[in-house]
Write a protein of this length. Structure first.
Ligand code: ZN
Ligand code: ZN
Ligand code: ZN
Length: 346
């Protein structure tokens, strides 16, 4: 029997969980290989890197760029490029809506947008090695792409994320981040939104603002506080050395953040990632943004934040079976170790 290789969303009829079937992903070239468990990886081949400057033709066309005045699209002279993903998880050229054929076995076309953000022209593999200007550009690109994608009425959520190292899901060594535009609000965001809304209903306060106030009082899990941001290890992290970064002011949508605040956030991130590299000898990790769905108006209950999860251990039978994570390192200990490696701020 032949199956159609088009991407598709399917909802599990007993758990309500969405899964995306993404046949294109199987065709991705893998240029990273594992060298040592949980550490970052070295390129497995010397193949020409499609993300290096001068090789623009090897990646799909640019949808956004920060580049020198007078340079042409898809040519050298850029500082940052956003291109369509050559092996997309979802595709924008599919029907957005389709009549529900079977309300029990709910399936929808794999309609979506998948972009790659390349924040440096040279073959850098470590986010901590970006300059403050490059990291700021990366955050500006996330913001600008979320804004641009939001202007299209078809999308309900934009997931921004970065996979660093093969253990964390990266397949190309050249530093890059990804943006996936979704026609629905994913389960993780829905559950955080529901919890925050319920908390706001009971306490008339944002649970994240409350968390910030309590962490500042406790101090033991704080990594660094800057004028507008707080970085800390959460009270009950799933992963060892997991940390979160969020604005100290209440803000439901990341995409309203101004350039100056993004520059401050970039410097903070560079410091945190260098400390993470120092403590765990360059671990593989994922970093992702959680923000209010773009179509929702500003609200008082949800507060955008970044979560960074080092992949120091694999989720195993207990985690998959119970949904409860085992974590070997208390966040207070992780925070003390990371703090000791942060650069000294004058
Ligand atoms: Zn490269
Ligand atoms: Zn808040
Ligand atoms: Zn979150």
């Amino acid at each position: 029997m032949q199956y159609d290789p088009l991407p598709e969303f399917r909802r599990c009829p007993v758990t309500g969980r969405w899964v995306i079937f993404a046949p294109e992903r199987a065709r991705r070239p893998i240029t990273l290989q594992h060298t040592q468990a949980h550490q970052r990886d070295r390129p497995a081949t010397d193949a020409v890197c499609p993300f290096c400057e001068g090789h623009e033709a090897e990646a799909p066309g640019e949808v956004y760029a920060i580049r020198a005045v007078g340079t042409a699209k898809d040519s050298p002279g850029w500082e940052l490029r956003v291109v369509s993903n050559k092996f997309p998880a979802l595709r924008p050229d599919m029907t957005a809506t389709m009549p529900l054929l079977d309300p029990f076995f709910e399936a929808r076309p794999g309609f979506g947008g998948h972009e790659v953000v390349i924040p440096c022209q040279s073959h850098e593999t470590n986010p901590a090695k970006l300059t403050p200007a490059q990291y700021t550009n990366l955050l500006i690109a996330y913001r600008d792409r979320i804004r641009a994608i939001s202007s299209d009425n078809l999308w309900h959520y934009v997931q921004v994320f970065q996979n660093v190292g093969a253990e964390a899901g990266a397949s190309l060594a050249h530093l890059h981040a990804q943006i996936i535009a979704l026609p629905l609000v994913p389960d993780a965001i829905q559950s955080e939104l529901a919890f925050a809304k319920e908390y706001h209903g009971r306490h008339s306060a944002c649970v994240y603002c409350e968390l910030i106030a309590k962490e500042r009082l406790a101090r033991s899990r704080i990594l660094r506080e800057t004028e507008h941001f707080l970085a800390f290890c959460p009270f009950a992290p799933r992963f060892s050395y997991e940390f979160w970064v969020m604005p100290k002011y209440h803000a439901s949508h990341f995409e309203i953040t101004v350039d100056a605040a993004l520059a401050e956030l970039a410097r903070l991130f560079l410091d945190l990632l260098a400390a993470l590299d120092a403590v765990l000898a360059e671990p593989a990790y994922n970093a992702y943004l959680h923000t209010t769905p773009m179509k929702a108006k500003p609200n008082g209950h949800y507060h955008w934040h970044w979560e960074v999860i080092p992949r120091t251990a694999r989720a195993a039978g207990f985690e998959w079976g119970s949904g409860c994570f085992l974590n070997a390192v208390p966040p207070e200990k992780a925070a003390a170790e990371l703090r000791a490696k942060l650069s000294v701020v004058s």
